[in-house]
Design a protein around this ligand. Structure first.
Ligand code: ZN
Ligand code: FE
Length: 266
């Protein structure tokens, strides 16, 4: 029996290779054997990305950029020069990203062979930050919007904007794997525990993250359901947290803003 393209599309699982680079960034490659497509999520460091490609014998076809910061874009010119890949990135900050070929924003969808992705606007860390969600593969690349047990600093947008972006990620299917731009899990978990000392799931996860880091291993990717239970920033709408920070009656985003402020000072 021939398996139709639609069925294949629904079942396909790309190969994913995540690797640490620069100080605490992650590079991620997504490869679909059927079509030969290989995506790099951001381009923190051209040499590290090229090494990862060479190790697996994959040829780079696309770079998917989440936001304009140098630790996510500095590798673009060299990788594009060597591979001729297509650079896709957020429309709202395209002028700050080198050599963009395709500008995207919500609700654009992208297709790479059998892989399908939806672009989600997730502003706050930067004003045009986007995330890429692959619904069938159950993965999302959220850049510097959400980290394991944490979130990015609100540098260009407002706290209300960032809260809206985090809510979008929280609303993805619970079994969606989340790939993030940085390994900040232990510091985030310690801060989270200072806000929610009785959250045993958070405590257990922090212990696990500390063990993994002691062994030199990555704590990412995370998952939507895990974040909903252990990420105090996503949990700013919980009564226990708003009471804990002394803001029982304000809108959720103001509780989030207070948590972000406290983390900035921590
Ligand atoms: Zn950034
Ligand atoms: Fe970053």
């Amino acid at each position: 029996m021939r398996i139709g393209a639609a069925v294949y599309g629904a079942m396909t699982r790309p190969d994913i290779h995540q690797f640490p680079c620069l100080k605490d960034n992650f590079g991620v490659l997504v490869h679909d054997d059927e079509s030969g497509v290989t995506l790099s999520i951001d381009a923190p460091d051209a040499d590290a990305v090229q090494r990862a490609l060479d190790q697996r014998g994959w040829r780079l076809t696309h770079i998917l950029v989440t936001h304009h910061h140098a630790d996510h874009t500095a590798g673009i010119p060299a990788l594009k020069a060597s591979s001729g890949c297509t650079v896709i990135g957020p429309r709202a900050e395209a002028h700050r990203i080198p050599q963009i070929d395709q500008e995207v924003g919500e609700p654009d969808t992208l297709a790479f062979g059998a892989l399908r992705a939806a672009v989600i606007d997730t502003p706050g860390h930067t004003i045009g930050h986007v995330s890429y969600w692959f619904p069938e593969a159950k993965i999302a690349f959220v850049g510097d919007t959400l980290f394991a047990m944490g979130c990015g600093r609100v540098l260009e947008g407002t706290a209300e904007m960032m809260w809206g972006s985090l809510k979008k990620i929280a609303a993805l299917p619970p079994d969606t794997a989340l790939y993030c731009g940085h390994e900040y899990t232990v510091a985030n978990g310690r801060f989270g525990l200072s806000i929610e000392p009785d959250n045993l799931t958070l405590k257990a996860r922090l212990d696990e993250a500390e063990r993994l880091r002691a062994e030199g291993q990555a704590t990412l990717p995370t998952r939507v359901d895990v974040e909903l239970e252990t990420n105090v920033f996503l949990r700013a709408d919980q009564r226990s947290i708003r009471e804990r920070v002394g803001l029982p009656l304000v809108p959720d985003w103001k509780v989030f803003a207070e948590l972000r402020e406290r983390k900035n000072r921590a």
